[in-house]
Write a protein that binds this ligand. Structure first.
Ligand SMILES: O=C(O)C(=O)C[C@H](O)C(=O)CO
Ligand SMILES: [Zn+2]
Length: 277
């Protein structure tokens, strides 16, 4: 079963007026993982699709959805998959790729068949997809291939390990970039100092958050911020004009994914913490 929903893009002046319910309705994606279903959200932020696939008792083929008006999901798109659950497998045009937790698979434009296979130790496949103009080879990015950076300091409660997975130094893509950031125990702030990048939108997916804990995700223009309280296994859309940062009541991990004008991971306009409002 494939479920899908649609999100329009918001003007920053409009978003300033949103209350709690509107913010959650427009930016928060609450139900990504449903047994034996693929749940997709098609957004108008760079036509980025955010989704989840949870095969429990049957294999789940990635079917096209009406918003695409294409015969196959990847006729004009590329796809990034990050497994955030137990070990699992994905079939891509007949080749099976095994993904451990926190491993990624890039699937290029023109691929006809992508099937999330039941079995393993209950995988949870987090999906991001963006329009593509060129076909690049399907490539698994295992733990051995990830580029790992240590960021932040415990003194500032933001010590974290950033794992670049689907980035242009590892795999060729048209516009997709994805990776995982893991907060070190005792640290709670991600992406602080915060930044914007008007060249790209971004989506965050929070996971490995202890039951009963929460992450307060911050968004908005740097001098007009808003917050959304999030649970584990939920995603949030970050417009190109918005910061994306969060503080948890414990440590946690998140998958970041981006698309837009460039593939330059370092293209960020940093906002000093004491300038945020
Ligand atoms: O912890 C961080 O800092 C991040 O993970 C930042 C994201 O990768 C990002 O926002 C990239 O633009
Ligand atoms: Zn960013």
């Amino acid at each position: 079963m494939t479920n899908y929903e649609f999100r329009y893009a918001s003007h920053p002046e409009d978003a300033k007026k949103y209350g709690t319910e509107e913010l959650r309705e427009h930016f928060l994606i609450e139900n990504l993982f449903q047994d034996d279903a693929i749940n997709l959200t098609y957004s108008m932020y760079d036509r980025y699709i955010v989704g989840g696939a949870k095969p429990v008792g049957k294999d789940l083929p990635l079917e096209t959805i009406p918003y695409l008006k294409s015969d196959n999901f990847l006729d004009r798109r590329e796809l990034g998959i990050v497994n955030v659950g137990g070990k699992g497998s994905v079939s891509v045009d007949g080749t099976v790729y095994e993904l451990d937790k926190k491993e990624a698979l890039y699937v290029g434009k023109g691929t006809k068949e992508v099937t999330f296979l039941a079995g393993g130790t209950q995988p949870l496949f987090y999906i991001n997809s963006a329009p593509a103009h060129q076909s690049f080879p399907t490539t698994k990015v295992g733990k051995d291939k990830a580029e790992v950076l240590e960021l932040g300091e415990t003194k500032y409660a933001n010590k974290r390990i950033l794992n670049k997975l689907i980035v242009n130094s590892i795999v060729e893509t048209c516009q997709l970039q994805m990776g995982i950031t893991e907060l070190v125990e005792g640290n709670v702030w991600n992406t602080m100092p915060a930044h914007t990048h008007e060249r790209r939108m971004e989506a965050y997916f929070y996971f490995d958050l202890e039951e009963g804990q929460t992450v307060c995700h911050f968004m908005g223009q740097p001098q007009h911020t808003r917050h959304i309280f999030m649970k584990g296994n939920q995603a949030v859309l970050s417009p190109e004009w918005s910061i994306h940062s969060g503080s948890g009541t414990s440590n946690y991990s998140f998958v970041w994914g981006m698309a837009g004008e460039n593939l330059d991971y370092g293209d960020m306009d940093v906002c000093p913490p004491d300038q945020l409002k």
